[in-house]
Design a protein around this ligand. Structure first.
Ligand code: AMP
Length: 280
């Protein structure tokens, strides 16, 4: 696996692959890799001839006071895992390489970017859209792989990809969970033993809502109350949002029909966790 730190070099390598007719897959990450990330890589490997991944903890998507400084960084271990999966190129620029002095241009997706996580983390999705647009320009993949776990991010990136005419396919991949249901996240490392137990309430609330839908309840207001009742049983968590929305616009829907997104975000202690499911 080739480790590339320079934008210019990455661009040269990826352009060459494209001109050779290679189908290029791309998996962007912030590192601290777990099975969720690796599931994206495995899908990309199965569907593309060559796969590039990136590790970049993007300062632009963290607000002052968020966890940028303490975000887990496990580069050597990450690189070993990506190589073992068969990734051919790992792009790992530093912040100066991605945002050289004087860089001012950002990408904002108004509306969608201000909903759900965008509402509670102002500017977050501008940071995400900007870095992903830059990565798309640098790598120019045929397919880019993202987790359904970050459902609002996916909506923002879908809109951006369409609006800016990126010539690539966004592939969304299912949420990978621990055996007890907790969605894998690099931030789970922050949780104490007790917090990890409490964090399970997110999945429990979603599961309860899913069950209610299965037995015939479709009204969002009723389903949200059912979910809230479950969340209320947990001490030490602070709910940020519980919402039933259209997965593309992120606007609330009155009825949880097939395809609707049921999403939750909560602080467990100081750690912000998210989870969701799509109504089937
Ligand atoms: P991150 O490193 O947190 O920016 O995540 C990189 C990619 O991995 C994003 O597309 C995430 O949605 C995806 N991802 C993170 N956790 C999971 C998970 N538990 N299951 C599936 N995909 C995930």
């Amino acid at each position: 696996m080739q480790i590339v730190k320079s934008v210019a070099q990455m661009q040269t390598i990826c352009r060459k692959l494209r001109t050779q007719g290679v189908v290029l897959g791309f998996v962007p990450t912030m590192g601290a890799l777990h099975q969720g990330h690796l599931s994206l890589v495995q899908r990309a490997i199965a569907e593309c001839q060559t796969v590039a991944a990136s590790i970049f903890v993007n300062p632009l998507q963290f607000a002052p006071g968020e966890d940028f400084a303490k975000y887990p960084r496990t580069f050597e271990q990450d690189a070993r895992q990506l190589e073992a999966e068969g990734v051919a190129i790992l792009f790992a620029p530093d912040a100066k390489e991605m945002y050289p002095e004087g860089a001012v241009t950002t990408i904002t997706v108004p509306g969608i970017g201000d909903r759900l996580d965008g509402a509670s983390r102002p500017g977050h999705f501008t940071g995400v859209a900007t870095v992903v647009a830059k990565l798309f320009h640098i790598v120019a993949p045929h397919r880019a792989y993202f987790g359904q776990k970050d459902a609002a991010q996916l909506a923002v990136l879908r809109q951006m990809t369409q609006d800016l005419n990126f010539d690539l396919e966004l592939v969304s991949c299912a949420i990978v969970r621990d055996a007890d249901g907790l969605a894998l996240s690099s931030r789970n490392q922050y949780l104490s033993g007790l917090e990890r137990e409490e964090a399970l309430v997110l999945h429990r609330a979603l599961t309860r809502i899913e069950h209610s839908i299965t037995i015939g309840e479709r009204q969002s207001s009723t389903l949200l109350q059912i979910g809230r009742n479950v969340l209320d049983t947990a001490t030490g968590i602070q709910v940020d949002y519980l919402a039933i929305v259209d997965p593309r616009s992120l606007l609330p829907v009155a009825s949880a029909e097939k395809g609707a997104l049921v999403a939750v975000a909560a602080y467990v202690g100081r750690t912000r966790l998210i989870d969701n499911f799509l109504v089937t």
